[in-house]
Design a protein around this ligand. Structure first.
Ligand SMILES: [Zn+2]
Ligand SMILES: [Zn+2]
Length: 297
């Protein structure tokens, strides 16, 4: 399979001279299966670019997997040209939100108060599938979803084809004891919560175990993270630790903070690589996602 990064930014698009090298489009990853299957993960503004590439190849069946429905993961979809072309089939998979299904959530951003074309007017056949933790098989590709820690239902996806595996975490913060500062719990309650946290984090490691490529949330530096606890994103060292615990072969930093300019990203990356090299672990390759980057698996 071939992985292409069409949007690598988190939270909000960041066009401008300070972000041209890493890119300003929000989350979107293309995956071309060896069997010809077209998968896309998240529909941030990067999906407009892959749509332009796919449009002349219609009719096509496209499988779009959403990690979750925060704006930066869906706001490119109304500009995805293949959705406007008759005879295309677009299957959209992702989490519902309590009693609201994926179709309702996605359609709400295409009503006339927000956008000139209503979701019902899209010419392609759009099929929605609400996911839970489960495994799907499409062609030769196996896709498994796993709940992660984010302020809304959010999935990581593990994708396997011909013995090669990719895990994309979506937005994710390691589980932590959210009552760590509270004086209102006693020691046994604290211990019980710590146990649950430990188990949940171990489940994440098991899900990612031995992945060839891990594309993971690294929105914050270690210095930034303490003031953002609970916002649903990871610090660099937390994600490096996750990759090491899971024996990942290649870790890719993703979902870059909108405040991080290209020069800041260069220095963040250098610093992280030096820390990593100093830790004595060198078996895991580390890259930083940038728009247009490709990985052949
Ligand atoms: Zn996000
Ligand atoms: Zn999010």
């Amino acid at each position: 399979m071939k992985i292409t990064f069409w949007g690598v930014r988190g939270s909000i698009p960041t066009p401008g001279p300070d972000t041209v090298r890493y890119g300003g489009n929000t989350s979107c990853i293309g995956l071309d299966g060896d069997d010809g299957t077209i998968l896309i993960f998240d529909s941030g503004t990067g999906i407009r670019l892959i749509g332009t590439k796919l449009a002349p190849l219609s009719p096509k069946e496209i499988h779009l997997f959403l990690t979750h429905t925060h704006w930066d993961h869906i706001h490119g979809f109304p500009f995805f040209v293949p959705a406007f072309i008759p005879n295309n089939v677009i299957n959209i998979y992702g989490p519902p939100h309590f009693d609201k299904g994926l179709k309702e959530i996605m359609s709400q951003q295409m009503v006339y108060s927000y956008f000139p074309v209503n979701a019902d007017e899209l010419q392609a056949k759009i099929q929605y599938r609400d996911l839970k933790e489960e495994t799907l098989i499409i062609g030769d590709i196996t896709i498994t979803s796993k709940l992660m820690n984010h302020p809304v239902t959010c999935f990581a996806y593990r994708v396997t084809e011909n013995g090669k595996s990719l895990v994309y975490t979506g937005d994710n913060e390691p589980y932590y004891n959210f009552l760590f500062n509270s004086s209102g719990i006693d020691e046994s309650e604290r211990t019980e919560i710590d146990m649950i946290v430990k188990e949940q984090n171990e489940r994440n490691v098991a899900f990612i175990k031995d992945a060839d490529v891990l594309i993971a949330d690294t929105q914050y530096t270690d210095e930034e993270y303490p003031s953002k606890i609970g916002w649903g994103h990871s610090a660099l060292s937390q994600t490096i630790q996750l990759g090491l615990l899971a024996d990942v072969k290649h870790l890719v930093f993703f979902h870059h903070d909108p405040a991080h300019t290209d020069d800041m990203m260069d220095s963040i990356y250098d610093h992280a690589l030096k820390e990593y090299a100093g830790s004595g672990h060198t078996g895991m390759k580390i890259s930083i996602a940038r728009e247009g980057m490709e990985i052949d698996l």
